[in-house]
Structure formats: structure tokens, C-alpha cells
Write a protein that binds this ligand. Sequence first.
Ligand SMILES: [Zn+2]
Length: 506
Amino acid sequence: MGKRDPVAILGAMKSTATPKKPTKKSAKPRAATGPATGLDAAQASSTIDTLWDREILPTITEYIRIPNKSPHFDAKWQENGHMKRAADLIEGWCRARKLPGLKVERVQLPGRTPVLFMELAGQGTDTVLLYGHMDKQPEMVGWRKGLGPWEPVREGDRLYGRGGADDGYASFASLAALEVLATQKVPHARCVVLIEGCEESGSYDLPFYIDHLEKRIGSPSLVVCLDSGCGDYERLWSTTSLRGLLGGDLVVEILREGVHSGDAGGIVPDTLRIARTVLSRLEDEKTGAILPKRLHARIPQERIAGAKACAKILGKRNYARFPWVDGAHPQSAEPAELLLNRTWRPALAITGAEGLPAIKDAGNVLRPRTVLRLALRLPPTIDGNDAAKHVKELLEKNPPCGASVRFENASGTAGWNAPKLEPWLEGAVDRASRAFFGKPAASMGEGGTIPFMGMLGRKFPRAQFVITGVLGPESNAHGPNEFLHVPTAKRLTGCVASVLAEHFVR
Ligand SMILES: [Zn+2]
């Protein structure tokens, strides 16, 4: 095997690419302090290894090849048929599971992205909801030579390609966890697995499915979501909060057509300057601080304490993981402050532009218009729609020189702040981490957004949540060189099985 192996042959190979089994220590059954669930962690690890190597990785490899971009990034997603291919692939795999009584159904409301809805009867009347998504972010530029979004490549622990980690693996890991429990005849509650196709577009189709499937979903007491991040690949990480997101396009127009910049410069204001001026109402361009008070939330004491604890575990790793150019450094030198910036404070990124020609095509023209796409991350407890309204007013009022300044396509998505973990779950998560990773669990807030968690939090205020994932250092979901950290995905599968088992006996 070369250092970089095409994964087409993955299913057949057992090699350096096969991750190490958990160490002896990590393979031991859970600590004696936990309730007896009947789950043998060592046996589970071995079942999971086999399942992943033989059945899951070859399928995820195929999945990476499918450019099933979320509808926001593929207006013709229906005609193109990639979403259907992805759903077919995952559905086919799920139907082949050795899970007696598993019901697999594709639900597709007219004009909406498909949803995979699966149901596995359990014991008792309780329900657990497991969530993931099958749509993907677009390609993005900057993939390393030999890598590409739709070209799966296995390198050691890593399986590169778009959507393997975000969030293709979730369907497989969820059912694999259930298969582990079935193999060992460990009882669990009724499980509902919901895989949506619209997450990367803000889950705008999902509320319709939640209504449509309401009775069949029931009232989950536990939600397991595998679409989140991890601080490192050494333990089970739970997400304590998610930020919201306000997206929209700032459109600035000053002329009906471009004119000679020598002729007009000094008379006609440049639209990028106008855009900068109005953006300065929103953001302090020197510090990156978002200025309007109503876009800030009071940060709960326990989250400040959590950020400090997390900073102790991660230290510089929390920011050193980004691909900085030489000499560059973060906005603050204080790791806990950076964690709070990333999880509980608003932050602006300009993610796209129109009206600016590529450099090679740039004549000396004073351009008629500039459009900037804004992605404003919002604190977990800020109302996304309210924020959208406020930012629109702020950017559009008193336009410099009477220019046309509009904030278009504004849409706000709410964040999420975890309810306090019940003691059984806190223990269960920690024991799962010790059993499958060999280390205590850890938790942190996430800077990203999973719209469904906000919806669920409102719909099931009494549900408990385990939100976790494989999006750790360098995994770079949404950017170039996205990879799935295979050993972490395997261990996470074991952790899900363990938490489901403890949920049943809690
Ligand atoms: Zn995702």
C-alpha cells in the first residue's frame, strides 16, 4: 500500500489503513459504577471493526463520489438526481441490515428533499430519535493535489472526500450501533432514525416532515445527533451549544453600468467602500466584534466555566488546528476567550461576492455594483428571525450618497443551548467514552449550526440530547480536504450503542 491508497479496494484490504483496535484498557467493559446493561464493550468493538471495514467504509466511499449538494448549492438538484442516488445508496445499505423488525422508508413530500425514516421497535414505550443528514456542502477550492470533493482517498486513519464526515457516516453509525445491541441482545427503547436531505441549506424542508411524521416520531426522551464536532480524536465529545446563523446578501448599487474609473473616481463613490461603510455599523473592523447589543446574549456561568475547562484540555490545539499562513495568529491570545468567541459570541464572515471581476479581467472600471454574501454566526439563544430583521434595518438605513443598499435573501436560523444533562446521561456519556476511547468524556460548545436541534429543543423541551460527531481537528467540513477520521467514527458507534443501552435501564 502506498501512503495514499485509492479506497476502491478498501473493502478487500486489511493493512496499515486499518485503524488500531482500542487498547486493552479501552476495550474493557465499562466501569463498575454504571448500571448493568449487558453490553460487552470488547465484543462490541470487534463487531464494529468488522462492520465498518467490510460494509460501511466501502459504502461511504461510494457515497463520497456522489455530488449530492444541498439544494442551496444545486438549484437543479431534482433534475440532476444526485440526491436520489445518495438516498438510494444509504437506503439500500440500511435495508440490508440484520436488524429484525427494522422499517426503512423513504418519505418525499412534493417538491421537497427526501427524508429517510427508519423505525426499530424496542422494549417499553420510550423513544430515542437518532438524527443525521445526507446532503452535502459544495466543492470549495483548495483541495490538496490528489484529493478532491468527489474523489474518495484513504490515507491512514483518514478517509478524504466531501460529505463522509459531514454527515454521511451518521446513518451508518446509527444503524451499526443498533446492530451491536441486537447482536448482543441488549435491550433498548424504540428507536427512530431520521436522515434529512436539506441540512446544509438550513433544514427548510424539515419542519414539514416533522409535522408529517409527528405521530410516528412520538415523543423522544433522548435525541442522538451525530452531525457535530469533537475537540480531538481521543475521547467522546458532547456539544453543549450550537450557534445560530444569519445569512443574506448585501447588495450595493450606484450606477446603471460601469464607467471609466479615471473619469468617475472622486465623483462616483465605489460600491465596495459603501459596503464597507455600512458593514462597519455591524462589525468593528479592527477587532471583529459585532457591535449591536441585541446580537449578543448573556453567556451562562456554566458555559463560561465549560469554556475554561475545555481550554485546559485543548490549549493551543484549539486554534493551532487551523491552516494558518506563516506569522498569522488568532484574534485573542486567551484560549478560553477564543472558545467563547467561537461558541457564544456573534461573528461575521463574507463567504462570497458578485460584481467583482476576476483579477485577469479587471479593467480600470468603476464598477456599478457589489454584492457580498454575509454569514453572521449568532449566539445560541438569539432569535434568528429577529436578528435578520434588525441587521436588515441596520444595513439599509441612510445609504451613503443615496446609493441603493439592500440586504436580500436574509434568513435567520436559531442556535441551541443544551438542557442540563440528567445525572444518568452524564454518567452514561462518560462511561461510554471510557469504554470505547479509554478516556473520560469532554464537552464543549460548537460554533456551527444544526437547525434541527433548535427545532427539537422547542418541540420536545423535556428531551435529553447527545450531540456529538467526528468533525475534529483538520477534518475541515465545508472546506477543502474534508476527511472522516475512521477510528473515531468506529469508537463513536460503540459509544452510541452504550448510551442507548444505558438509556433503557436508567
Ligand atoms: Zn452537517
